[in-house]
Design a protein around this ligand. Sequence first.
Ligand SMILES: Nc1ncnc2c1ncn2[C@@H]1O[C@H](COP(=O)(O)OP(=O)(O)OP(=O)(O)O)[C@@H](O)[C@H]1O
Ligand SMILES: [Mg+2]
Length: 395
Amino acid sequence: MILLSVEGLSKRFGGLLAVDKASMAVPEGSITGLIGPNGAGKTTLFALASGFLEPSAGRVLFAGEDVTAEPPHRRARRGIARTFQIVQPFQGLTVHENIVVGAYLRHAGRQAALDAARAVAEEVGLAPLLETPAAALTVAGRKRLELARALATAPRLLLLDEVLAGLNPSEVRDILPVLRAIRARGVTILMIEHVMQAVMNLCDHVHVLAQGRMIAEGPPRAVCNDAAVIEAYLGHGAAARMRAEEAPMLEIRGLRAGYGGVEVLRGLDMAVSAGEIVAVLGANGVGKTTLNKVLSGVVPVRAGEILFDGQRIDRAAPDAIVAAGLIHVPEGRKIFPNMSVRENLELGSYRRGKPRRARNLERVFATFPACASAWPRPPAPSRAASSRCSPSAAA
Ligand SMILES: Nc1ncnc2c1ncn2[C@@H]1O[C@H](COP(=O)(O)OP(=O)(O)OP(=O)(O)O)[C@@H](O)[C@H]1O
Ligand SMILES: [Mg+2]
C-alpha cells in the first residue's frame, strides 16, 4: 500500500518556485530517500507533506485520503511526524520532558506519557540521558532527541530531515541500526539525507529533487549513477567528464623535492583529471605549498615525473609552465600593492598576446565585478588617474 503520495505538488514563494509539480509515492513499510542538492526544495516538500505549508497546487494523500487542507496537528494525529533540519529542542527542559511533548499526542495522562517517552528514549539510545537538560546535549544527542520527540507521537510515517547531518562517521554508524529497528516495528520512513553512506545502506528507493523538480527515482545505486543526478549535484557536463576515463590532465609520479638537506616531498604520486577540483590537505609544514611551487617550476624537481596534458614539465622553466596553462596562485596576497588593478591584471596577461589579453580581462571583470569598478572604462584612465585599489577591494 502507498502510505504517502504527493501529486503535482507546487509551492511558490513570491517569484521562486521552490517545489514544481513534484510527485512521489512512499510505500508503507519502506525506508524511502529524498535527496537533491542544497536549495532543491526538499525541506519545503516535507513542510507541504506535514501541513506546515499550504501548496500553491497539487495534493497530498495519506493512506489514500486527501489531507491537503488539513493543519499539521490533524496530520500528526493521523500518524505523520516530522523532524526539523535545524533542531530546536526546548532548551530549558530535560531530555525526558522534551520527548514527553510528543508523547502527549497519544497519552492524556502524565504518567502514561512519561512512560511512553521513556520507552522511546530507550529505543533511540537516550535512556541514560533522560534527566539531562536538552541544552547540554551534543549535536548527535540533539539529533537523537529530535528523532525521539517525533517518534513519541507514535507515527505511521516518520519524515526525517537530515537527522544525520553534522554527525561523525561513527555516530552515523551507531544510528543506522536504530532507524532500521524503527522501520522493523512498522514505521514507514521518508528521509532527506546528504550522507550517502546512510542513503545507500538504508533506503529501498530514492527520489531526487533538483530545483523543485523530481528528476530521478530508483534504487539508490542506480540513482547515484544517473547522469541527470550527477549533473544536478556536480554541474553541467559532469556526467560526461566522469564517463570519459581519459588520461589525467596532471599526473605526478614518484615526485621528490626539497630544500638543501631536507627532503619535503618523498615519492609523491597523484593525478588530477580535467574538470576536477582536488583538495590537498595536510598539517602545517608537510609540503603542500612546496608541491605547488614544484608544479609551477619555482622549486626544482629532484626525482620523478610531472606530466601536464601528456607533456613532461618537470624540467621546464616557470614561464614555459605558465605558457602551457598551469597557473599557480601563491599563498598570501602576492600582488603589487603600489600598482593599479589594471597594471596588476595586465602583468598576468602578457603571455597571451593582445587579442586574447583583452578577452581574458573581460572574463576577469565578469567574474570579479569589483575589479571592473576599480578600473573605470572607457576611456582608459591615464596611469596617474587610474584608480588604485587596495587588495581587499580587488578581492
Ligand atoms: N519560507 C520561505 N520563504 C521564501 N523562500 C523559501 C522559504 N523556504 C524555502 N525557501 C526557498 O526555497 C528553495 C528551497 O528551499 P528548501 O529549504 O526546501 O531546500 P532544501 O532542498 O531543503 O535545501 P537544503 O539541502 O539546503 O536543506 C530555496 O531557494 C529556499 O531559499
Ligand atoms: Mg533542507
